[in-house]
Structure formats: structure tokens, C-alpha cells
Design a protein around this ligand. Structure first.
Ligand code: ZN
Length: 177
């Protein structure tokens, strides 16, 4: 864990604070500090107790909402995604088999000179097979797009939840000895 070294603005005690933590309570004097960070400097400012409480309540609410959203997102994707994933493959496979069979029959009919009617019918069946395969590919691409959207949305929520639990979790700075 990356630690930032700061100094308590009230009592001057040196504190070590995990990098992602925004608020700490000084162990020495009990003051509430907000950790601020510029590109080169990390420093602490004293904040009013009431602001900190309000912020914590807001963060807890956001955390609850995000957890709920994550649950819904997961259960939706489990239902829709698994269905979309299984069907295209079957369609592509059956379509390809039908297309190949249709073509073989068409060629055999042509070679055997059994009349154009048979050739046209066999080619028609092959066409249905090709259509099924193309539809299957379209569905597969829709599945992949949906999966991408699901994964990136899930990542965003998970990232925010991590930030929130870091902010709500360890809020006591440790005094450097
Ligand atoms: Zn202090």
C-alpha cells in the first residue's frame, strides 16, 4: 500500500495515510483532516466535523446504490448474455451444415443430370443454410457488443465502489514513529 506522509495542521504530528484515502482523523489530537493533493504536494487541511459526516452519508448512499446497480447488471447479463451466447453458435453450425449439404446435393444432381428442378431446390436449401449462418454471425456480433458494454459498465461501477470503500474504510491515519 502506497503511503503519503503528511503533517497534522493542528498538532503537527507526522501522519502516514494510504494513498487513496481522502479523510483521516489525527490519532494524536483527534482533528478531522482532508487530504489534498496537487501534482507535487500532498497536504492536509482541517475540516468541520459536520461536512465529513454529510460526505460519509452521501458516500454510503452512493455505495448502496452502486451495489444494487451492480447486482441488477449482473443478473440481467446472466439471463440475456448466456442465451445470446448459446444460440448463435448453434445457428452458425446448423446453417453451415445445411449449406454444405445443399451444395453437395446440387452438384450431385447436376452431375447426375437428374433435371434442373432438383438443382434449384438443392441450391435453395443451401441458400437457407447460408442465411442461417449469416444471421448467427450477426447475433454473435451483437452478443460481443453487449458483452463489451456490460464489462465496461461493470468496471466503471467496480472502480467507483473501490474508491468509495477506500474513502469509507480506513480513516485513521497512523502516527509515524
Ligand atoms: Zn493532530
Amino acid at each position: 500500500m502506497e503511503l503519503n506522509a503528511i503533517v497534522c495542521v493542528k498538532c503537527g504530528a507526522p501522519l502516514q495515510v494510504p494513498h487513496e484515502v481522502r479523510f483521516v482523523t489525527c490519532r494524536h489530537c483527534g482533528v478531522c483532516l482532508e487530504i489534498k493533493q496537487t501534482e507535487s504536494v500532498v497536504y492536509a487541511t482541517q475540516i468541520a466535523q459536520i461536512d465529513q459526516r454529510t460526505e460519509r452519508i452521501e458516500q454510503q448512499l452512493e455505495q448502496m446504490n452502486l451495489r444494487r446497480e451492480l447486482e441488477l447488471l449482473d443478473s440481467d447479463w446472466t439471463k440475456v448474455g448466456s442465451k445470446l451466447d448459446a444460440d448463435p453458435f448453434l445457428m452458425m453450425f446448423c446453417g453451415a451444415m445445411i449449406a454444405i449439404a445443399g451444395l453437395i446435393v446440387a452438384v450431385a444432381t447436376l452431375v447426375g443430370q437428374s433435371g434442373w428442378g432438383g438443382v434449384v431446390t438443392a441450391l435453395g436449401i443451401a441458400g437457407v443454410g447460408v442465411f442461417m449462418t449469416v444471421s448467427g454471425i450477426g447475433l454473435k456480433r451483437a452478443f460481443l457488443r453487449g458483452e463489451n458494454a456490460y464489462v465496461s459498465r461493470r468496471d466503471r461501477i467496480a472502480l467507483r465502489l473501490n474508491q468509495l470503500s477506500a474513502a469509507l474504510g480506513s480513516i485513521e491515519g497512523e502516527i509515524t514513529t
